[in-house]
Design a binder for this molecule. Structure first.
Ligand code: PBG
Length: 323
């Protein structure tokens, strides 16, 4: 049946009808808020490139968690900034490391949050690489051992999901084995399966304190943005190694990857709207070019429509507050 009998505008006349036929939802429980904790701070410190986002101290963490809980955000992705860095990234798995202490603090005071921890070395190594280095380059076997230790220390302090973010071959399988062997079979793995070597991570490196340590790029182990089939292979390998959630990162320039992955696997898909994506909208809004809430709502909904079940976004708390 064609026009004039069929008129799709009938679906759009009233807000109630638009809502009735809406194909894509955006809800607080689908959003994950990244949280930075810097163990060397007394007060929270703003991150200039990410307006509204802070590096928190242990003290400023508590009021922030209260605000987060009130806003309706349920899941947090934790990043730590250690006082000391060394060649081995020892603080990443230290008994009294910044994330270990943070996990304990949150578990004691706000037991209901779902806690996801970044499992990588780059924020903790003096050279800024996501791996251990030897004179030939990356020490692959050693790196996997370190990632296992980090994952176990996070699991033992109350993390729900471990999120290995270094795109190190075999990381998911190694962590799954280590968790199971230590009796943590209930802990899940949210793998950064498809992580592009992206220009859009710039502001994050400032937030995570890895900017000065690291001068190079990560093209030797992250995906090139020319690649699509290779991205799907990466994700399928993670599935076979035991990943529970697959992540695509960044989000908006990679909607085609999210969509293809949605059609290829049955696993939950997480998209990471990264620091550069957030900073762009914030900058445009600050200069009056865009309405911040509308721009975020549209991009976040597009990411959901492409096939992401969950979205990691610096705007999670603000979106929940402004609804
Ligand atoms: C590294 C890590 C990065 C991000 C999350 N985990 C940056 C990188 O690979 O350099 C980027 C997040 C963002 O830009 O918001 N472990």
């Amino acid at each position: 049946m064609e026009f004039p009998t069929t008129r799709l505008q009938r679906y759009r006349q009233k807000p109630q009808v638009r809502q009735l036929v809406s194909e894509t939802s955006l809800e607080a429980h689908q959003l994950i808020q990244p949280l930075f904790v810097h163990e060397g701070l007394i007060e929270k410190r703003p991150i200039p490139a990410l307006p509204g986002i802070y590096q928190h101290s242990f003290q400023s963490l508590m009021p922030e968690l209260e605000r987060l809980a009130e806003s309706g955000v349920q899941s947090l992705l934790l990043f730590g900034v250690p006082k000391e860095k060394d060649e081995l990234g020892s603080e990443a798995m230290a008994e009294e490391g910044v994330i270990q202490r943070t996990l304990e603090l949150i578990r004691q005071n706000f037991p209901d949050f779902l806690l996801i921890t970044d499992c990588c070395l780059c924020g903790y190594t003096s050279h800024g690489h996501c791996s251990l280095m030897n004179n030939k380059g990356m020490d692959h076997a050693g790196t996997l051992e370190s990632l296992k230790s980090i994952a176990l220390s996070h699991a033992s302090r109350g993390a729900d999901l471990i999120a290995p973010s270094g795109m190190i071959d075999g990381m998911v399988g190694a962590i799954r084995q280590a968790l199971d062997a230590a009796g943590y079979s209930e802990k899940g793995i949210m793998s950064y399966s498809v992580k592009y070597a992206s220009h859009f991570y710039g502001p994050f490196r400032e937030a995570a304190g890895s900017k000065d340590a690291f001068k190079g790029d990560r093209k030797h182990h992250q995906l090139s943005y020319t690649q699509k089939r290779e991205a799907i292979r990466e994700a399928l390998l993670d599935v076979s190694e035991g990943a529970d959630f697959l992540m695509v990162k960044p989000a908006l320039p990679y909607l085609d990857i999210i969509q293809q992955l949605r059609q290829t696997t049955l696993l939950p898909i997480v998209a990471y709207q990264v620091s550069g994506e957030y900073a762009m909208i914030k900058a445009a809004a600050a200069s009056g070019m865009l309405d911040e809430h509308l721009a975020f709502e549209e991009t976040l909904t597009s990411i959901r429509r492409a096939g992401a079940d969950l979205i990691i976004t610096y705007y999670a708390e603000q979106w929940c507050q402004s609804c």
